[in-house]
Design a protein around this ligand. Sequence first.
Ligand code: GUE
Length: 295
Amino acid sequence: MSSPQILDGKLVAAAVLDECRAETAALQALGVTPGLAVVLVGDDPASKVYVGSKVRTCAELGFHSRKIELPAETTQEQLLEVVRDLNADPAIHGILVQSPPPKHIDEEAIVRALDPCKDVDGFHPENVAKLVLEDPTGFVPCTPAGCMKLLETSGIETSGAEAVVIGRSMIVGKPMAMLLVAKNSNATVTIAHSRSKDLPAICRRADILIAAVGRPEMVKADWVKPGAVVIDVGINRVTDESKKSGYRLTGDVAFEEVAPNCSAITPVPGGVGPMTIAMLMKNTLQAARQLSGVK
Ligand SMILES: Nc1nc(=O)c2c([nH]1)NC[C@@H]1CN(c3ccc(C(=O)N[C@@H](CCC(=O)O)C(=O)O)cc3)C=[N+]21
């Protein structure tokens, strides 16, 4: 096989953002300006890039946004105080605390302190439950939501398909599996992970393969059934002396060798990453509508 369909996340994200822009204008006409707060603790360079790009997208859409950058030494109690203030701030509808925080911070406690109605990441237990219950008032985590949107808009049939998700994180793997098995998607889902026996054989069963492990180029050509659809969630920085920055981005899939073998595949960058940000904006709009009681 040759020339797979390249699933262009940048293009689809731009279309989602166009919808968001129109919806923002409509909300503003009703006196509601969507507001997103992004909290970053410490100075991880990759996190800074992502946070910057989230805040920039807010500005492009006409959202109110707040970027709260805290030093790496910020205590648990100080961070909880910031979250409580944002919970109480009527101009803020969505709160995102960039993950991972420094080691001395108990991330789970921070997530539980969020007002679930403002938890646009969908990490709070109440939103996790709503995802399992298929309750649309909950927030779906942005990365898996973006993968689903990309599959939908590309006309990829999930109903009856064998999907394999590699990775069982609360941020991607588990919610991704839940979305694929949900009644509006109807895939048959396997969740594989580092302890799975014969991972390549499990992956070869997949009509739709989702790689979310965080290991650069782990998925090789012989892991993929000919004609499969491959969604690469990995965003790994690897050193590359030929680049001015000294690094390049690569996914969890060995793109060059895998692509010729599949029917469709996402690139990195330009695949799932831009979709994640677009879905964050969509979730913030949902939060603004729900909190303000506007339909
Ligand atoms: N509470 C929380 N929520 C998140 O949603 C969250 C998080 N923490 N921590 C980190 C991950 C990662 N993440 C990305 C979003 C966009 C791109 C993105 O736009 N990537 C571009 C390239 C960007 C670049 O050049 O580095 C692309 O793939 O084309 C990447 C990664 C959100 N995350």
